[in-house]
Design a protein around this ligand. Sequence first.
Ligand SMILES: *Cc1c(COP(=O)(O)O)cnc(C)c1O
Length: 394
Amino acid sequence: MKHNFRNPETAVIHAGQEPDALYGGVSVPIYQSSTFAFHSAEHGAALFAGEEKGFIYTRIGNPTTKALEDCVAALEGGCGALGTASGMAAVTTIYTAFLEKGAHVVSTASVYGPSRTVLEKEYGRFGVEADFVDTSDLGAIKKALRPTTKLLFIETPANPTMMLTDLRACAELAKESGILLAVDNTFASPILQNPLDLGADIVFHSLTKFLNGHSDVIGGIIVAREENVYARLRKVLTLMGGTMDPHQAWLVLRGIKTLALRVEKAQDNAAKLALDLERHPKVAWVRYPGLPSHPQHALSKSQMRGPGALISFGLKGGLDAGRRMINAVRLCTLAVSLGGIESLIQHPASMTHAGVTPEERDKAGITDDLIRLSVGCEAYDDLRADLEQALEKA
Ligand SMILES: *Cc1c(COP(=O)(O)O)cnc(C)c1O
């Protein structure tokens, strides 16, 4: 790379995205090809031996996917990135690469539902063990560590409690304990938080959310800080086959160009709406890292460049009132997912976290009254009016 893109607004537009060498196309071409011709028998052998750089077969690597990988690696400050078919393919690639029979994981109690379910239900069948603790409490993490712990798997801000985990402290603990720290950075996006800079070994995203940003693509990406970790992840991903498709990569490249603009606008809307909700007589509580009432407001300032665009809140009337509210919104869409250009509202206990038992949800702080709002880029006045009319009906 010619430039060390540490300004994210520049990196999203230029990193990995040089004009195409053949015709000078400014937009990265879609290399919709499963396989790549060798110049000679010797060339093919050299590519397979890793003696020459180039492309062989799209499950192993593709120029369009590589452009996206280089872009996100620059955004996160990593040595390399790997595009995956979905965010969950990123999660399972990390689990498969670093866990084996008898290995133990410490993870965030309110981690993305499927990241937890797959570990308990599927990797559990192969003898992998896991503890899910309140990682906003460093003491709870320390207590959960075992001699067999291989991976500290953190989500911050966490889904949907909006609780934070101290990344610098976790990096130090992981280093001391000789284990890897992997961070799900989906909620913050690389615009607001760079875990590798704070000492994490691996950072990953569901590209489906902020990075693509238009609620029209599923995808994931993993970024590693060091070559040996990257090489291990790459080996597992290309063997297991959860690779990204070039057309999918191109769509994400198209979306990512406006990432900085979108995050800024959505965050600006969210900061105002969080205050409006907190002041509303029907609202019992609001959890948003940008509010001084958030128990980790200071930590959010020290490890994030901004509080983001997700808000959780509960109504005084509890679950029933919340249900009436989410049925009454007109501009916000009642749907799971987040980080899109449009505002989305959902009820985690009956939707995204329905697969987690009520007892486990309770322990994770996912109360039945919790409503999650992913704020989009609409006009603030329109969003405020929509929430107000829906709250009236709650
Ligand atoms: C959506 C999401 C995932 C999973 O990503 P998919 O693209 O849906 O597979 C993982 N972590 C978080 C925090 C998410 O929001």
